[in-house]
Ligand binder design. Structure first.
Ligand SMILES: O=P(O)(O)OC[C@H]1O[C@](O)(CO)[C@@H](O)[C@@H]1O
Length: 527
């Protein structure tokens, strides 16, 4: 059994802390040194991706210290315990099994006589059969006509991951002839969200999936009622159009109001649930079950790498360790995720939840306060758009923000044009290469307003093309990185008590049970 200790009690961490500012990234990345580093500091990921960390503040000395930290904090052992079914989610006393939804990495995990791998596979199969029947016109609306649109109703983990994955493959699927149904998403309790989606949807030919692991989320239940009302007003029977994805213990699971229900369980956290029925039903309907299976395969291949004890061959662990070095030793408060791929436009939003809801903690996994900083603020936008927005601060602001670029050699659609001797894809890639060097090396200017200090670290994940497999690998990479960082900070990355207080106060406002500031704000907002 691995032992769980606070980061600041580890000898290897104290050694690492002595390496603050050990690498001058400006100097390291300038001239031929830079070229050597770009070739040297790269780790293969699954599905043809690679993690290049040449422009991070590491060298062989820092990497050796990170390897010692990985060893002393038993990162590989903890991952092994996790995928073999240990109660890693100490706050809720639950197993953490999202990897098992992709592939079995270790032993059989059996809970109350149920083999959990079999359970996840059975739900995938159920979703696949259902999707195939919808596509074949065997499951239709009351008029016997095919469904053409699927609308997911969910919020947080029941929205962000599946939505990001759908958007990531929407154009790829059209180009590759596997686009089966258009998918749309309703998440916000803002009535304009549901109204806008409903107004642009042919209700008679739409399936709606109510996705809520708990089955109690106010926004989702409100939007479900909103949609049912619209269906009824259109003369349609909601029971012919509504599906549910929920845990077997939730109130939704007991309802007969759905055409079909698909299940997950409490061992897959909402923000890690894209690999479960939460992502599986909508993506199987949108693209076909084979494409969803390809995403899972890509993720499973990356998970396999995450089990490697050698940090130089484990890009997920290495990325996590570098992130902790940047957060705790270099004291950088945030991290930007910058995909140079329009298809990944919602990926940073998904990672915001995944990372900040997991590691935004002030107590360790035993409920005791920690004396060091934990998860950074995560934000991001696709390049090159971000360059014309917030990169000013990243280049010349007073905070140093570590950057995580993602880039692909080829576009998804392949439609392109040569303007002034280069394609748009080449321009996109040229920009990401330029940014890495600009951030690292800067540029001296006598006019301080035009001076670039440099010394701003970044990494890049490079792939051939964004496909179901590489998307799955990318998803797993970040999930695993966040998991390893949680291990290093000794926090429980799998609960989210910090979201509860706001929910309780909102209920009080709606029940007019307020006083003090809560009453004043309620009055100001006319509630
Ligand atoms: O799937 P559910 O249970 O509706 O929860 C939605 C989201 O709400 C949260 O619980 C936060 O309030 C997230 O952790 C979760 O992803």
């Amino acid at each position: 059994m691995a032992t769980w200790n606070n980061l600041d009690t580890l000898a290897s961490y104290k050694k690492l802390a002595g390496l603050k500012n050990h690498v001058d990234i400006k100097e390291a990345m300038s001239g031929e040194n830079g070229a050597t580093r770009v070739a040297k500091y790269s780790a293969p990921m699954a599905e043809g991706l690679s993690f290049n960390y040449a422009a991070k503040q590491v060298d062989d000395t820092v990497l050796a210290a990170l390897a010692e930290l990985a060893e002393e904090s038993q990162l590989a052992d903890k991952f092994e315990e996790l995928y073999n079914g240990a109660v890693i989610n100490t706050g809720e006393k639950r197993l953490v099994l999202h990897h098992l939804a992709r592939r079995q990495l270790g032993k059989d995990v059996v809970v109350d006589g149920v083999n959990k791998r079999d359970f996840y596979v059975s739900q995938q199969q159920k979703a696949a059969d259902f999707a195939n029947k919808v596509h074949a016109g065997e499951i239709t609306n009351a008029a016997g006509e095919k469904f053409t649109t699927v609308v997911q109703i969910g919020i947080g983990g029941s929205d962000l991951g599946p939505r990001a994955l759908y958007i990531a493959l929407e154009n790829w699927a059209k180009e590759n002839g596997v686009a089966k149904m258009e998918a749309k998403f309703i998440s916000n309790v803002d009535p304009d969200d549901a109204a806008a989606v409903l107004k642009s949807t042919d209700l008679a030919h739409a399936l709606f999936i109510v996705v809520s692991k708990s089955g109690t989320t106010l926004e989702t239940l409100t939007n479900e009622a909103f949609v049912k009302d619209a269906l009824t007003k259109a003369g349609l029977n909601p029971a012919n159009h509504m599906l549910a994805v929920t845990s077997e213990t939730s109130p939704l699971a007991k309802s007969d109001d759905y055409l079909e229900a698909f299940f997950m369980d409490d061992f897959i956290g909402g923000r890690y649930s894209s690999s479960s029925a939460v992502g599986g039903v909508v993506l199987s309907l949108a693209f076909g079950p084979e494409i969803f299976a390809r995403i899972l395969n890509g993720a499973a291949e990356e998970d396999k790498l995450a089990a490697n004890k050698n940090i130089l061959e484990n890009p997920d662990m290495l990325d996590a360790l570098i992130g902790v070095y940047e957060r705790n030793v270099q004291e950088y408060p945030s991290t930007a995720v910058l995909p140079y791929s329009q298809a990944l436009s919602r990926f940073p939003a998904h990672l915001q939840q995944c990372d900040m809801e997991s590691n935004g903690k002030s107590v360790n996994r035993f409920g005791e306060p920690v004396n060091y900083v934990t998860g950074p603020t995560i934000f991001g936008e696709p390049g090159t758009n971000g360059q014309h927005s917030f990169y000013q601060l990243l280049h010349q602001g007073t905070d140093i923000v570590p950057l995580q670029f993602v880039g692909f050699k080829n576009s998804q659609i392949g439609m392109d044009v040569v303007i002034e001797d280069s394609t748009s894809q080449q321009k996109l890639c040229a920009n990401v290469a330029a940014q890495i060097v600009a951030f690292a090396c800067g540029k001296k200017d006598e006019n301080l307003n035009k001076n670039f200090e440099g010394g701003r670290p970044s990494s890049i994940i490079i792939g051939e093309q964004l496909t179901p497999e590489s998307l799955g690998a990318l998803l797993a990479h970040f999930e695993n990185k966040i998991m390893f960082q949680g291990f290093l900070w000794n926090v429980n990355s799998f609960d989210q008590e910090g979201v509860q207080l706001g929910k309780i106060l909102a209920k009080r406002v709606l029940a007019h049970d307020t006083d003090g500031a809560l009453k004043s704000y309620s009055d100001l907002l006319n509630i």
